[in-house]
Design a binder for this molecule. Structure first.
Ligand code: A2P
Length: 292
């Protein structure tokens, strides 16, 4: 399945999240093999970032999988320490070298760096003009960050990748993005990875309503959450290291949630996410540097 972005480029959905596969910033043959497995199972959209420290493994996995490059959709992101006009261009050179790809499908500003939004975006637009990327977008952007970006932008971001799951649906930012034609990509769609330390019983995959809906459709709770994303038009990027879960997370076509089920799932909203909010993340992220 695919969605159409605002510049005519199509994005396969769901995507495959690659953050912290086989450990935070692990970049080795084992990581490449997990990602190759994902491609062989049918994922065509791979989501990485310079800060994940695994771009080489993503590139290696693509070569190992032997799927034609134009059938894959590869996303990477510039970290906070890489923002600013020259820094973005340099960061992209580095990501492209590590991925060893001729082009990247979607390049994102990973978090807002409020003082550098407009000049960073100008560099993103240059990468697009030079056809080194097929689409550009943002991640973790709040309404104010997007307004600031749009004041000077020539290109409207293709997407805003945000934390989104049934406990945290970010309706205000979604409504703003919808009004501007900015697609929503949901990260931590199942309620965040094991690395986060969040106990399973607090995640939406163990929510009684999600389990009840899953039983009704004879599917797994994760499939209910991912199908809820697809029916809303959001692109989820679940991560798993286990082939049976990877396959399960792709197998979403055999059932449809009713409007009532969608609304009941929407009502699980708590207003609180599992990840750091942008306000705190902006400073904290500056202390983390991108490995090469
Ligand atoms: P694992 O990698 O051991 O499969 P998110 O993508 O929302 O951040 O969630 C990732 C977490 O959810 C990982 O800990 C992953 O574990 C787990 N996970 C992925 N797919 C499923 C699934 N189908 N059912 C239950 N848990 C899953």
């Amino acid at each position: 399945m695919e969605v159409l972005l605002n510049n005519g480029v199509t994005m396969p959905t769901p995507g495959f999240g690659t953050g912290a596969i086989r450990g935070w910033q692990a970049d080795n043959q084992a990581v490449a093999e997990v990602i190759t497995e994902a491609i062989q199972l049918g994922y065509r959209h791979l989501d990485t970032a310079s800060i994940y420290g695994n771009e080489r493994s993503v590139g290696r996995a693509i070569k190992l999988a032997e799927v034609p490059r134009d059938q894959l959709f590869v996303v990477t992101k510039a970290w906070n320490t890489e923002h600013g006009y020259d820094r973005i261009l340099h960061a992209f050179d580095n990501s492209q070298r590590r991925l060893d790809l001729e082009y990247v499908d979607l390049y994102l500003l990973h978090w807002p760096v409020p003082t550098l939004i407009q000049e960073s975006w100008r560099a993103m637009e240059r990468l697009l003009t030079e056809q080194r990327v097929r689409a550009i977008g943002v991640s973790n952007y709040r309404i104010g960050d997007l307004r600031c970006l749009l004041e000077r932008a020539e290109v409207v971001p293709a997407c805003n990748q945000i934390e989104l799951h049934p406990y945290f649906t970010q309706p205000d930012i979604r409504a703003f993005c919808a009004g501007q034609g900015v697609h929503i990509v949901s990260y931590s769609p199942l309620g965040t990875g094991s690395w986060s330390g969040v106990p399973n019983e607090l995640k939406p995959v163990t929510d009684p309503l999600v389990i009840q809906v899953a039983k009704r459709h004879k599917v797994a709770p994760a499939q209910v959450i991912l199908r809820w994303n697809l029916q809303h038009g959001w692109v989820p990027i679940p991560k798993s290291e286990h082939p049976e879960r990877m396959a399960q997370n792709l197998d979403l076509d055999g059932f449809t949630l009713s409007d009532t089920e969608l609304s009941m799932l929407d009502e699980l909203e708590t207003g609180t996410g599992f990840n750091m909010d942008p306000e705190r993340a902006i400073e904290a992220n500056m202390t983390m540097s991108v490995p090469d």
